[in-house]
Design a protein around this ligand. Sequence first.
Ligand code: NAI
Length: 297
Amino acid sequence: MADLGFDGKVAIVTGAGGGLGRSHALELARRGARVVINDLGGSVDGSGHADGPAATVVREINDLGGEAVANADSVASPEGGAAIVANALDAFGRIDIVVNNAGILRDKSFHNLTPDLVDPVIDVHLKGAFNVLQAAWPLMREQNYGRVINTSSNSGLLGNFGQANYGAAKMGLVGLTRVLAIEGAKHGIKANAIAPIAFTRMTADLMPGLEEKLKPELITPVVVFLAHEDCPVNGEIYSAGGGVVSRFFVGLTQGYVNPELTVEDVRDNFDKIRDETDYVVPSNNGAELKKIFKQLS
Ligand code: NAI
């Protein structure tokens, strides 16, 4: 089969001045996409601002013979999101792919969280994706084509100590992805999410010695495949790390059925309610409702 190319396609990659975003942007550009390299250029906790990181990645892409422009707006405000999309239109005239990757950390256990630790994390990860997509979405609808990749995390999907702010934002992105997949389907737009595990400046302290095994470059093939025209899925979540790729999904147990349900019934049948035998993976609300009515009939 031929290699997957991106000639004629335009991508926005947020937070692409380093780590995972840089790797995604380089590979998209290598394969022919023109790329907006957005990065605020701050520290891991989101403080500070610098044009350098985005500009450096643009130079790297130009050195490979690719096309890219640098953008240092913040994804954290609607104005920033609109400016990033406007930059893509000015430079390249269209937008086919949005990779929402920008991120920060402000870890603290829940009882110590204060608004200055919560709001910026939600603003960058969750609202950041809203801010960029709300500007890009009408263009994608109009051209009947789009690919969205949101960066979630196992800290949301599975939970992680000290990351209530981050985990909530990352799980919010799963909800956003699922709804966009449904709303975009009839307009040729597909939205999927990844939950990566990679050694970057964000995780360096948590993963000593794993720099070689957990390279950001081993996440990028999943993102690039999901960004391609041939992407076969919509509304799904993929775990990736160290070259292992898997699908995360939301499953529903067969459960316990009793149209006269009481509190004691729930207590007495809790094992059955939790039993994972023959669990199902409903594709949408309707599928869950259909299961309920089938079990009641
Ligand atoms: P990173 O810190 O190298 O990359 C994040 C980038 O986002 C930075 O370059 C930063 O300047 C940029 N950024 C931050 N706030 C921004 C804003 N308001 N506007 C524009 N850019 C902004 O870290 P890494 O690991 O590459 O993270 C990329 C994404 O992957 C993040 O969303 C992170 O939460 C997510 N992730 C990473 C994991 C890992 O194992 N490295 C695990 C799970 C999720």
